[in-house]
Design a protein around this ligand. Sequence first.
Ligand code: ZN
Length: 395
Amino acid sequence: MPVGKRFSLILFAGLCCALAQGAEAETVVHDIRIGIYNAKTRLVLDLSERPGFKIFALANPYRIVLDLPDINWRVPSGTARRKGGLIAGLRYGQFQPGNSRVVMDLSGPGTVGKSFIIPGTKGRGPRLVIDIRKATRQAFLTTLKAPRKAVAPRAKIPLQAKVKRSPLQKPLVVIDPGHGGIDPGAIGVGGSFEKHVTLGMAHQIRRAIMSLGRQRVLLTRSRDVFIPLRRRVAIARAAGADLFVSIHADSIANHRVRGGGIYTLSENSSDEETAALAAKENRSDVIAGVNLSGHDDEVASILIDLTQRETMNYSAHFASALVPELRQLIHMRRKPHRFAGFRVLKAPDVPSVLVELGYLSNRRDEKMLTSAKSRAAIATAIARAVNNYFKNPKP
Ligand SMILES: [Zn+2]
């Protein structure tokens, strides 16, 4: 095993253990409330103890982000969709180990007038209060500050070539469960969260591939934590992945729509619907409050060089191995393989596909994706497709 590879595996193993050992967070948030007043919108967090906190703003779209230490969220369900006044929507959850986050989407430019902690009294814990006032766009923009270093995502894609596998090693498949932590992904008609469905599925796929014994498997996340899109790509490259499979499930207003689809990277989207899907999946970082300023290269169109073109052929080849396997189990959409600019598929040298397993907004699809039995069957089908691909990977 080359030293670089061994090092990265140890690094990941170490990270997994550190995460698994992470004791339950001490600070509890019992409730998140929004109060609407004439001149301000007030956010109140009911806490078990006084936390350190940091507030910053992000533009395009207007957001205010509250960073906290690890939080044990015991907020009554339904709060995830709460809104009012200047707050058009809010999310909360883990952003990265040691750092929980609340992201408020604003309905227009707004600035934090005051933020303070009301000390706890007998029988009542402390409250964290944030007052947001309407502001001009100019005033909003002057409040923009980069978040402190400690919470900046470590998401840089290394510029050097990806780690190469020795011919003695089994190929490495990286399975990427979509969303996680503060980003729930799609929310199902029966209340399921995409981030849980994809994680459960990824663990099953890992088991299925391992049981065939021909490839190694690494998950980009093995628990409910947020990972920026660039970081997912970086994890695959740093580990020397031979194949990257991102797992997702969609949701749509029309609850009758169902079926799975397989997506690979392309400069041009196959159709408007697929372009919209890619835009939605690419919003994960915006949803989690990742500061994307300084990453303008990502917003620009994808530069596809020769390596990437070759990689795209391999990706399409894997997609064509996957379609017949999945088709035996799940209803597939018309034209099951489509193309668009998914950010998570941008490793220039790792064949990558994104699988939308179905629509959580459809009862039958949601039932299938939350059932242990059908998950296991789907995982076996994906493992078979992976195996067939490595038997004959040349497009
Ligand atoms: Zn998704």
